[in-house]
Design a protein around this ligand. Sequence first.
Ligand code: NAD
Length: 360
Amino acid sequence: MGREMASAFGRWCAMAEMPVRPELVAVADLVEPVREWFAAIPSCTQRTADYRELLANPAVDVVYVAVPHHLHEELYCAVLDAGRDLLAEKPFGVDLASARRIAQRVQSSGRFVRCSSEFPFFPGAQRVLEVAQSGRIGRVLEARCGFHHSSDLDAGKAANWKRLSKFCGEIGVLGDLGMHACHLPLRLGWKPTRLFAQLQKGYPQRPDGKGGMTACDTWDNASLATWCEIDGAEVPLRLEMKRMAPGETNTWFFEVLGTEGGARYSTKEPKTLWLFEGGKEQFWKQTDLGFSTPFRTVTGGIFEVGFPDVIQQMWAAYLLEREGLLGSRMGCATVAEAVASQEIFAAALQSQAQGSVVTL
Ligand SMILES: NC(=O)c1ccc[n+]([C@@H]2O[C@H](COP(=O)([O-])OP(=O)(O)OC[C@H]3O[C@@H](n4cnc5c(N)ncnc54)[C@H](O)[C@@H]3O)[C@@H](O)[C@H]2O)c1
């Protein structure tokens, strides 16, 4: 993810009317070939294996941290203690207790901190959000948000830290993909009040990449049937995070259905927005959105938006909000939203263990 972010800065000239320009000055990673990749970026003059050296660099204002989940708390707190602002990766630690400790440290430090979640910056996602906020769809009947992968269907894929609870956390796929599913519902104020979780494991063993096999113990698929309060009514909200969803490659989706209208967007059809129109005859209308990103770019409106674009849009949101220049546009996921997502994951683990509905 560090390389992905570097590439977003590298083509910052694509941003139009943008008063803030990030410059990558330093990188810390334990692995030398990873560090050496950054040698191609002239402004990145510090490459170190020790993140403390990076934090001592006076040229560093903002730190983006993308490390295995068991290291989140240590590194995020070190960044704050060093007096730097932070764009932190999800899920803010391995569990709810860790997320709460990080949130406390954010508050006492007074630093500007947001959590990475880029999919809401797709124009289609923004439009579903707008429809949900507009009140035009009558009474909300139900909503669904999720993130599906299929790469773990390959039993021969080597295990990495994401398949081991001691690094990824007991929450497994919830921590890995859950913030993506929770971000927009939480932004709408749709925080589950009750939930029932169905969690599933994939292969108990995988190749270890060194000729042997290693045990994998994390949850790989999670389906959460939740209820949240919308305009005084209890409404079903379905949250889905899957590493084993046949046929899906990085499919993020959000759907909101109401008595008089609805909207649906999925990255499976990245430029397509579906709008529902109720009435005597009912219609699902489809439109191609083009390059209508929340933060304007030089790219013509007829073209398509992709993953690297929404990463760049997320950075624009982070940097503008940090400068107090965001205006009415949507900002990145907040610390409160990251903690709220961990509350949902903790309740999901409890529901799975008890086989019952859990009240949050
Ligand atoms: N927003 C997204 O779409 C997205 C996508 C993938 C991963 N992530 C998140 O990014 C984070 C990292 O995931 P990843 O897939 O990039 O993992 P990764 O394993 O590919 O990369 C992690 C990197 O951290 C380095 N590292 C480990 N310990 C370190 C230390 N003490 N100091 C410095 N570097 C250290 C490793 O050498 C490695 O290069 C996780 O929080 C994950 O959930 C977010």
